[in-house]
Design a protein around this ligand. Structure first.
Ligand code: ZN
Length: 411
């Protein structure tokens, strides 16, 4: 995708000042004459910034403003070691809320709505972003945070929540609980704004119909403001990105080369306005593609596809590359299988074995045809033979956090 005029102006303005403002980038771009760059081709030669670099800057080494201008920090933990700390100026906080308000508007949320916010508050960026955008829009925020399903459902009913915001895993958990209690008719839900985790079309449709809502996938990451830098529209064909705040590229994760629009690769983001911790060519490790053509909704904001996986999720088994979305897609085509599954990869007797557990409502003892179908579809889609294990509904663990469905036990 070509940079537009506004992006070009802002990208090169950012590069001009970056070394004097940011000790982090002064070091990273040492020996590179970024100040005199003027073309997209030159920009595309710049080294990427990765999460590991941000960790090395712990605690406040990413700051590109004097400390008195920092009004807030957020942090992304990750599962390993040192957290990443992202400083925000007052304008960064404001910009984030502006983008988030746009997201709600794109989803058709209005000041009449009551928005139940179930993502977490605190160092993590989710909850507070959902709240700031909601208040800026003028809707009523119900700041629940995660967990305590009993209380969530009570507030949802008593306050007449119309918009649910959640991770997809938690939305699933709530949907199942609402169904089990037969309380859908007592609720006023009409929209769901759901964190864009990788989740199958089938699971999405199940949750949406159990809750009786329209779903919108919101995208973002703590390193770049947080959730709210893009959202899907009524047509649900990708995620519109606020390209006046972020410039994005899709690269080949192996070679680092920028890919043509339409090809799947890793999303890389450059912030256009961020003051506290501007990031240049930041590798998100999210796999997606830039979508070509116009969206029927008429929005001028360009789209990326729904995230299909993480570069770190890509797993090599017996010479085949696979990622979780492929399992989602296969299960979606099998009648009688739900969207809940787990994949175990083990090294047994000198050989890698893949076991796929999947939930079904087919009675025990009659699941063999389903299992056979699963094996043959995975074989034809991914080129590997798996061991199928049908399990009853509710057998696999649900999580209030992002769900990890693939367990590699080989090392
Ligand atoms: Zn659209």
């Amino acid at each position: 995708m070509r940079m537009n005029e506004y992006q070009r102006e802002n990208v090169f303005r950012l590069l001009k000042g970056i070394k004097s403002r940011s000790p982090f980038y002064a070091r990273k771009f040492e020996g590179i004459d970024v100040e005199s760059m003027t073309t997209q081709e030159e920009f595309e030669t710049l080294p990427f910034t990765d999460k590991g670099d941000l960790r090395d800057a712990y605690p406040l080494g990413l700051a590109a403003v004097p400390e008195r201008d920092i009004v807030r920090i957020h942090s992304s933990s990750g599962t390993t070691g040192t957290p990443v700390i992202i400083p925000y100026t007052a304008r960064d906080v404001e910009d984030w809320a502006v983008m988030f308000e746009r997201c709600y508007r794109m989803a058709g949320v209005t000041e009449e709505d009551r928005v139940q916010i179930t993502p977490g508050y605190g160092l993590w960026t989710a909850g507070i972003g959902f709240q700031a955008g909601c208040e800026r829009l003028g809707a009523m925020a119900i700041p629940m945070g995660p967990g305590n399903t009993e209380k969530q459902l009570k507030m949802m009913e008593d306050l007449g929540t119309t918009v649910l915001t959640a991770t997809s895993s938690y939305a699933l958990l709530l949907a199942e609980e609402i169904k089990r209690r037969g309380m859908r008719d007592r609720l006023r839900l009409r929209k769901g704004v759901i964190g864009s985790e990788r989740w199958g079309e089938k699971m999405r449709n199940e949750i949406a119909s159990d809750l009786g809502v329209d779903f919108y996938d919101i995208y973002g990451l703590t390193e770049i403001y947080g959730p709210g830098i893009g959202i899907s529209c009524d047509y649900r064909n990708g995620i519109h990105m606020w390209d006046d705040y972020v410039y994005f590229e899709v690269i080949d994760p192996e070679t680092g080369e920028v890919l043509p629009d339409g090809e799947v690769g890793e999303l890389v983001i450059t912030t256009l306005r961020k003051e506290g911790a501007p990031l240049i060519r930041y590798r998100t490790h999210d796999l997606t593609r830039i979508m070509t053509g116009d969206c029927p909704c008429g929005s001028r904001f360009p789209r990326i596809d729904i995230i299909v996986g993480r570069t770190d999720d890509m797993i090599k088994v017996r010479g085949c590359n696979m990622f979780p979305a492929q399992f989602d897609e296969v299960l979606a085509t099998i009648d009688g299988a739900t969207s809940e599954y787990q994949v175990m990869i083990d090294h047994l007797m000198g050989r890698d074995e893949i076991t796929v557990y999947f939930e079904t409502d087919v009675p025990d003892g009659e699941t063999e045809p389903l299992e056979r179908e699963l094996v043959s579809r995975i074989k034809s889609k991914m080129g590997v033979t798996v061991i199928p294990k049908a399990v009853p509904l509710g057998y696999l663990p649900r999580s209030e956090k992002k769900t990890n469905r693939i367990f590699d036990n080989r090392y």
